[in-house]
Ligand binder design. Sequence first.
Ligand code: DUC
Ligand code: ZN
Ligand code: ZN
Length: 471
Amino acid sequence: MSTTLIKGGTVITATETMDADVLIDGEKVVALAARGSQKWKGDKEIDAKDKYVLPGGIDVHTHMELPFGGTFASDNFETGTRAAAFGGTTTIIDFAVQAKGGSAMEGYEAWRAKADGNVAIDYGLHMITGDINEQTLKEMDALMGEGVTSFKLFMAYPGVFYSTDGEILRAMQKAAEIGATICMHAENGIAIDVYVEQALKRGETDPIHHALVRKSLLEGEAAHRAIVLAELTGARLYIVHMSAKEALEEVKAARDRGLPIFAETCPQYLYFGLEEMGNGFEGAKYVCSPPMRDRAAGHQEALWKGLATNDLQVVSTDHCPFCFDEHPELGIQKKLGLGDFSKIPNGMPGVEPRFEVTYQGAVNQRGFSVNRFVEIVATTPAKLFGLFPKKGTIAPGTDADIVIFDPKKKHTISVKNQHMRVDYSAYEGLEVTGKVETVLSRGRVIVDGSDYLGKPGDGVFLKRGVSGYGG
Ligand code: DUC
Ligand code: ZN
Ligand code: ZN
């Protein structure tokens, strides 16, 4: 096994800021010591002078190759995880899908087959349980044994992924019994579909109407209902991709009552509003669910405040890209919805810019500590989803998943320099200060500046434990 020494940098974890050298042996961090205090030599040495040495990012919400709206998310596990690595993310948790009428175990195996041998970084899986029945409830036990310890349910998308309240209740009872976490897409899809139909009848077909029909109160209502069902059953609940202040208020109140309720938001909700969706069909680039919200109504500032106060605990991406223009292999994607916003595939690219745009917004613009940044993009995701302390921090014994980050380097986010397999960047032209320079995955340098040094299959499947929080 070879050793690597990262020397001269500032190591920042969720709890410590240390001028320290980091010694790696094989795949693991084996020691840290005050900068220059030890005469360590590494087979490979990386100079991190004036740089931050950070735990690799953990994005707990991605959808590689997700079948959706008559097409597939444009990144596969190879392209999407390579892009993640360039962006400073060294672990993803993707969502395997149980189709209606299908077996959850088969869905899990299908996702393993897509990912194994192709991933650039380590990955875990949640399970979208799209069909809650006796068989599925039994399969939840088997999936726990495989390290799939979280299950996503949808209160949106009737006829596709949607679960009734009764189905949610059953799944939560089971989750509480076995220690699993329920991830919830909290939007009242039944009510939303009525607004969709009415808008289309009025001839309101542009992408902006996707945002206007998916009302923030309906996100708040669904969050409330999910929390009530979780409280009744004792389940641990994690509300995904929160965008509405009404939903955040529900989470705050539940946490204040001591319930094990958690929530994430995503960079798109922290950066964009209705303006981005209103530019004719260009707005399709920002169509995802839940949608962008009205900045003037205070949603965005509420989310930032939630991250500052820990009412929100995680920034993930809901990475689910679709090409704007026709793609030679994938065909027509966003433009399936020309003339009918309800046919625009829902989702945005985000796995690559997450680390840098979150740093920009949180640390540079709002004065969050770098420790808090690390906590929301790596440490808490690892703790909540059964990966800590193997992942999510830098300490003796942890996997050497490390980002060397230049906090002074300015650069501009653009489709021209991104690696995701999609033809636009939602952040086109955004200037940020702070750049991911070098990325190590289990001790190996896989990204060095603009060079990719890894290969498909470098990453492995992570059998996760139960959540380290609540319940
Ligand atoms: N939301 C999206 O925007 N895309 C995929 C699934 C989801 O819940
Ligand atoms: Zn969702
Ligand atoms: Zn999602």
